[in-house]
Design a binder for this molecule. Structure first.
Ligand code: GRF
Length: 200
Protein backbone atom coordinates (compact mmCIF):
# COMPACT_ATOMS: atom_id res chain seq x y z
CA UNK A 1 0.00 0.00 0.00
CA UNK A 2 1.30 3.44 -0.94
CA UNK A 3 2.27 5.71 1.89
CA UNK A 4 1.06 9.25 1.32
CA UNK A 5 1.36 12.55 3.17
CA UNK A 6 -1.32 15.21 3.05
CA UNK A 7 -0.27 18.87 3.36
CA UNK A 8 -2.95 21.28 4.60
CA UNK A 9 -3.13 24.76 6.13
CA UNK A 10 -6.79 25.14 7.01
CA UNK A 11 -10.01 23.33 7.69
CA UNK A 12 -8.92 20.20 5.85
CA UNK A 13 -12.26 19.16 4.38
CA UNK A 14 -10.41 17.57 1.44
CA UNK A 15 -8.10 15.84 3.92
CA UNK A 16 -11.21 14.48 5.64
CA UNK A 17 -12.64 13.26 2.34
CA UNK A 18 -9.39 11.35 1.77
CA UNK A 19 -9.42 9.94 5.32
CA UNK A 20 -13.01 8.76 4.79
CA UNK A 21 -12.30 6.86 1.57
CA UNK A 22 -9.19 5.27 3.07
CA UNK A 23 -11.22 4.15 6.08
CA UNK A 24 -14.02 2.78 3.93
CA UNK A 25 -11.55 0.87 1.77
CA UNK A 26 -12.21 2.84 -1.44
CA UNK A 27 -8.68 4.24 -1.59
CA UNK A 28 -5.69 1.91 -1.22
CA UNK A 29 -3.37 4.24 0.62
CA UNK A 30 -1.85 4.68 4.02
CA UNK A 31 -2.04 8.32 5.15
CA UNK A 32 1.24 8.29 7.05
CA UNK A 33 1.57 11.97 7.85
CA UNK A 34 -0.19 15.32 7.91
CA UNK A 35 2.08 18.30 7.30
CA UNK A 36 0.55 21.57 8.49
CA UNK A 37 2.05 25.06 8.62
CA UNK A 38 -0.69 26.54 10.83
CA UNK A 39 -0.76 25.51 14.48
CA UNK A 40 -4.43 25.51 15.45
CA UNK A 41 -5.72 24.54 12.01
CA UNK A 42 -8.74 22.23 12.14
CA UNK A 43 -6.91 19.79 9.86
CA UNK A 44 -4.73 18.86 12.88
CA UNK A 45 -7.80 17.80 14.87
CA UNK A 46 -8.95 15.70 11.95
CA UNK A 47 -5.55 13.96 11.93
CA UNK A 48 -5.74 13.31 15.68
CA UNK A 49 -9.24 11.88 15.38
CA UNK A 50 -8.04 9.53 12.65
CA UNK A 51 -4.81 8.69 14.54
CA UNK A 52 -2.63 10.11 11.80
CA UNK A 53 0.69 11.58 12.97
CA UNK A 54 1.23 15.22 12.09
CA UNK A 55 4.19 17.52 11.68
CA UNK A 56 3.10 21.06 12.49
CA UNK A 57 5.47 23.96 11.99
CA UNK A 58 5.55 27.76 11.77
CA UNK A 59 7.51 29.04 8.80
CA UNK A 60 8.77 32.13 10.57
CA UNK A 61 10.59 29.96 13.12
CA UNK A 62 12.98 29.02 10.29
CA UNK A 63 15.46 31.22 8.46
CA UNK A 64 14.32 30.05 5.02
CA UNK A 65 11.99 27.79 3.04
CA UNK A 66 14.96 25.50 2.48
CA UNK A 67 15.33 24.99 6.20
CA UNK A 68 11.72 24.11 6.99
CA UNK A 69 11.50 21.93 3.91
CA UNK A 70 14.59 20.09 5.11
CA UNK A 71 12.70 19.26 8.28
CA UNK A 72 9.55 18.31 6.37
CA UNK A 73 11.68 16.03 4.22
CA UNK A 74 13.15 14.34 7.28
CA UNK A 75 9.62 13.60 8.55
CA UNK A 76 8.51 12.33 5.13
CA UNK A 77 11.51 10.03 4.91
CA UNK A 78 11.08 8.77 8.47
CA UNK A 79 7.46 7.87 7.64
CA UNK A 80 8.40 6.29 4.30
CA UNK A 81 6.15 8.67 2.34
CA UNK A 82 6.14 8.05 -1.42
CA UNK A 83 3.53 10.52 -2.61
CA UNK A 84 2.44 14.01 -1.50
CA UNK A 85 -1.12 15.30 -1.68
CA UNK A 86 -1.58 19.05 -1.26
CA UNK A 87 -5.03 19.90 0.08
CA UNK A 88 -5.29 23.59 0.84
CA UNK A 89 -1.59 24.00 1.67
CA UNK A 90 -1.03 27.73 1.24
CA UNK A 91 2.68 27.69 0.40
CA UNK A 92 4.68 27.17 -2.74
CA UNK A 93 6.69 23.96 -2.71
CA UNK A 94 10.41 24.69 -2.94
CA UNK A 95 13.22 22.98 -4.87
CA UNK A 96 14.12 20.73 -1.96
CA UNK A 97 10.80 18.83 -1.92
CA UNK A 98 10.25 19.17 -5.66
CA UNK A 99 13.52 17.46 -6.46
CA UNK A 100 13.00 14.66 -3.99
CA UNK A 101 9.35 14.04 -4.96
CA UNK A 102 9.47 14.97 -8.64
CA UNK A 103 6.24 13.97 -10.37
CA UNK A 104 4.85 12.68 -7.08
CA UNK A 105 3.19 15.82 -5.71
CA UNK A 106 -0.37 16.73 -6.65
CA UNK A 107 -2.58 19.68 -5.81
CA UNK A 108 -6.26 20.54 -6.04
CA UNK A 109 -7.36 24.03 -7.02
CA UNK A 110 -10.88 25.49 -7.00
CA UNK A 111 -10.98 26.84 -10.58
CA UNK A 112 -10.47 25.70 -14.14
CA UNK A 113 -6.78 26.47 -14.43
CA UNK A 114 -5.13 28.37 -16.01
CA UNK A 115 -8.04 30.66 -15.08
CA UNK A 116 -7.93 32.16 -11.59
CA UNK A 117 -4.71 30.78 -10.10
CA UNK A 118 -3.49 31.78 -6.64
CA UNK A 119 -5.56 32.96 -3.73
CA UNK A 120 -9.36 33.25 -3.62
CA UNK A 121 -10.09 31.51 -6.91
CA UNK A 122 -13.78 31.44 -5.98
CA UNK A 123 -13.89 35.21 -5.44
CA UNK A 124 -11.98 35.73 -8.68
CA UNK A 125 -14.52 33.63 -10.62
CA UNK A 126 -17.46 35.54 -9.12
CA UNK A 127 -15.84 38.89 -9.87
CA UNK A 128 -15.22 37.85 -13.48
CA UNK A 129 -18.92 36.85 -13.78
CA UNK A 130 -18.05 33.61 -15.56
CA UNK A 131 -20.78 31.07 -16.25
CA UNK A 132 -18.56 28.10 -15.50
CA UNK A 133 -15.77 27.49 -13.04
CA UNK A 134 -14.70 24.20 -11.50
CA UNK A 135 -11.95 22.13 -10.00
CA UNK A 136 -8.48 21.23 -11.28
CA UNK A 137 -6.15 18.51 -10.05
CA UNK A 138 -2.60 18.92 -11.28
CA UNK A 139 0.96 17.84 -10.70
CA UNK A 140 2.96 20.42 -8.78
CA UNK A 141 5.89 22.31 -10.25
CA UNK A 142 7.77 25.37 -9.02
CA UNK A 143 5.04 27.80 -10.12
CA UNK A 144 1.80 28.89 -8.51
CA UNK A 145 -0.85 26.43 -9.78
CA UNK A 146 1.03 25.93 -13.05
CA UNK A 147 1.91 22.21 -13.16
CA UNK A 148 0.61 19.67 -15.71
CA UNK A 149 -3.15 19.19 -15.43
CA UNK A 150 -4.42 15.69 -14.61
CA UNK A 151 -8.17 16.31 -14.61
CA UNK A 152 -10.72 19.11 -14.49
CA UNK A 153 -14.42 19.13 -13.68
CA UNK A 154 -16.80 21.97 -14.46
CA UNK A 155 -19.19 23.61 -12.02
CA UNK A 156 -21.95 25.91 -13.31
CA UNK A 157 -22.52 29.32 -11.75
CA UNK A 158 -26.18 30.31 -11.40
CA UNK A 159 -27.45 33.87 -11.90
CA UNK A 160 -27.72 34.47 -8.17
CA UNK A 161 -24.61 32.53 -7.18
CA UNK A 162 -23.04 33.63 -3.89
CA UNK A 163 -19.60 32.90 -2.51
CA UNK A 164 -21.14 30.41 -0.07
CA UNK A 165 -23.19 28.56 -2.67
CA UNK A 166 -20.30 28.36 -5.13
CA UNK A 167 -17.95 27.20 -2.42
CA UNK A 168 -20.42 24.45 -1.47
CA UNK A 169 -20.69 23.25 -5.07
CA UNK A 170 -16.93 23.32 -5.57
CA UNK A 171 -16.25 21.47 -2.32
CA UNK A 172 -18.79 18.80 -3.19
CA UNK A 173 -17.01 18.31 -6.49
CA UNK A 174 -13.55 18.31 -4.86
CA UNK A 175 -14.47 15.74 -2.24
CA UNK A 176 -15.52 13.26 -4.93
CA UNK A 177 -12.87 14.02 -7.51
CA UNK A 178 -9.72 14.03 -5.37
CA UNK A 179 -10.20 10.52 -3.88
CA UNK A 180 -10.98 8.99 -7.28
CA UNK A 181 -7.98 10.60 -8.97
CA UNK A 182 -5.73 9.54 -6.10
CA UNK A 183 -6.95 5.98 -6.40
CA UNK A 184 -6.06 6.08 -10.11
CA UNK A 185 -2.61 7.59 -9.53
CA UNK A 186 -1.68 5.40 -6.59
CA UNK A 187 -2.77 2.13 -8.13
CA UNK A 188 -1.02 2.80 -11.43
CA UNK A 189 2.29 1.64 -10.04
CA UNK A 190 4.01 2.52 -13.27
CA UNK A 191 3.17 6.19 -12.97
CA UNK A 192 4.92 6.39 -9.64
CA UNK A 193 7.81 4.16 -10.58
CA UNK A 194 8.42 6.04 -13.83
CA UNK A 195 8.44 9.42 -12.17
CA UNK A 196 10.63 8.03 -9.40
CA UNK A 197 13.07 6.74 -11.96
CA UNK A 198 13.10 10.07 -13.75
CA UNK A 199 13.75 11.90 -10.51
CA UNK A 200 17.08 10.13 -10.00
C1 GRF B 1 -9.82 23.79 -1.52
O1 GRF B 1 -10.80 24.55 -2.17
C2 GRF B 1 -8.69 23.49 -2.45
O2 GRF B 1 -9.09 23.43 -3.78
C3 GRF B 1 -7.77 24.67 -2.25
O3 GRF B 1 -7.88 24.98 -0.89
C4 GRF B 1 -9.16 24.57 -0.41
C5 GRF B 1 -8.90 23.74 0.81
O4 GRF B 1 -10.07 23.48 1.51
N1 GRF B 1 -6.43 24.36 -2.68
P1 GRF B 1 -10.10 22.44 2.70
O5 GRF B 1 -9.08 22.89 3.74
O6 GRF B 1 -9.74 21.09 2.14
O7 GRF B 1 -11.48 22.47 3.24
Amino acid sequence: MRKIAVFASGSGSNFQAIIDVVQSGQLDADISLLVCDKPGAFAIERAEAARIPSFVFTAKDYSSKEHYEEEILAHLKASGVEFIVLAGYMRLIGPKLLTEYKGRIVNIHPSLLPAFPGKDAIGQALAAKVKWSGVTIHFVDEGMDTGPIIIQERVRLDENETRESLQRKIQKCEHKLYPSVLQMLLTQGDVINDTKARAH
